[in-house]
Design a protein around this ligand. Structure first.
Ligand code: PMP
Length: 288
């Protein structure tokens, strides 16, 4: 079965799906994206992902290419046409195609790409936990915008792979962790507080992060938003990362040293189970 993509109003096989060589996404990384997980054919947290897409676009003054309702429809078509059970839907919007020149072009209309694919479950990885390394945060100062300009993230993830790790955490100039190359970072401190960095311009405010925060409220867990230093997390009871694709992923190794005795922490495991329970709830009962 050939994979089907949606590009600017048409559903086309991947091999025939094209954009202009002068698309500003290609020329300037002048665009944004969203990745939403699909579980048993259902999107997880669809509405907040679309809301964040709207936010990223408005920060860059790119017009929303379709009404939200139409975008929801396209996502469902991509799930159906690609027979996605467990996987992701990817949306990318760029400022469009125009003769290469830095200022916003007059009259270009946004490029919209929607793709999807099945992906392997990550339960085994969650059972064993992942290794992470740290790298300097060399990114720009608007990491709250989900820009397709991901070069620093690509280099960080590659550095992790080459070190035999799964994720790389970015470290700011003060020695605090901002976030992972594609995840938000959490710890359970020595005194039992659940800690994650505050959402400002230094991190992407993860949709999974927000859902977990809500869950913490429901479960009456003590949650604090503040920066976490590398030395503090090295001593933490537990650490984990969150994202649409990893859900809640326990961390058991940091820069080659064991974290949380080398096994996934109890709270990380519990939050992962609760998160998946919430995701599996019938959608009619919860229009999230
Ligand atoms: N930070 C970065 C840099 C990311 O790329 C991602 C993944 N999109 C996240 C955090 C987690 O965000 P979410 O929970 O919305 O997937």
């Amino acid at each position: 079965m050939s994979r089907i993509a949606y590009v600017n109003g048409r559903y086309v096989p991947h091999r025939q799906a094209t954009v202009s060589i002068e698309d500003r996404g290609l020329q300037f990384a002048d665009g944004v994206y969203e990745v939403t997980a699909v579980r048993s054919g259902q999107l997880i947290d669809e509405t907040p992902h679309l809301e964040r897409l709207k936010y990223s676009l408005s920060e860059l003054r790119i017009a929303m290419p379709l009404a939200l309702g139409a975008l929801r429809f396209v996502q469902r078509e991509i799930i159906a046409r690609n027979r996605i059970a467990d996987g992701i839907v990817y949306i990318q919007v760029t400022r469009g195609a125009a003769r290469r020149d830095h200022p916003f072009p007059a009259g270009a209309s946004p490029t919209l790409i929607v793709t999807g694919r099945n992906s392997k479950p990550n339960a085994a990885q969650a059972d064993s936990g992942i290794a992470v390394i740290t790298v300097p945060d060399i990114r720009w100062q608007r990491c709250d915008i989900k820009s397709v300009g991901l070069l620093a993230n690509v280099l960080a993830k590659q550095a992790a792979r080459e070190a035999g790790a799964w994720e790389a955490w970015f470290i700011d100039r003060e020695g605090y962790i901002t976030e992972g190359s594609s995840t938000n970072v959490w710890m359970v401190s020595q005194d039992g507080e659940l800690v994650t960095r505050q959402a400002d311009h230094s991190i992407l405010n993860g949709i999974t992060r927000r859902t977990i925060q809500r869950l913490c409220g429901d479960l009456q867990l003590r949650l604090v938003e503040r920066p976490i230093s590398v030395s503090e997390i090295a001593q933490a009871r537990e650490a984990f990362v969150t994202s649409a694709t990893s859900f809640v992923m326990p961390v058991v190794k940091l820069n080659g040293h064991e974290l949380s005795d080398g096994v996934p922490g109890a709270l990380a495991r519990r939050l992962r189970a609760e998160y998946l329970r919430l995701a599996d709830r019938p959608k009619a009962a919860s229009r999230r």
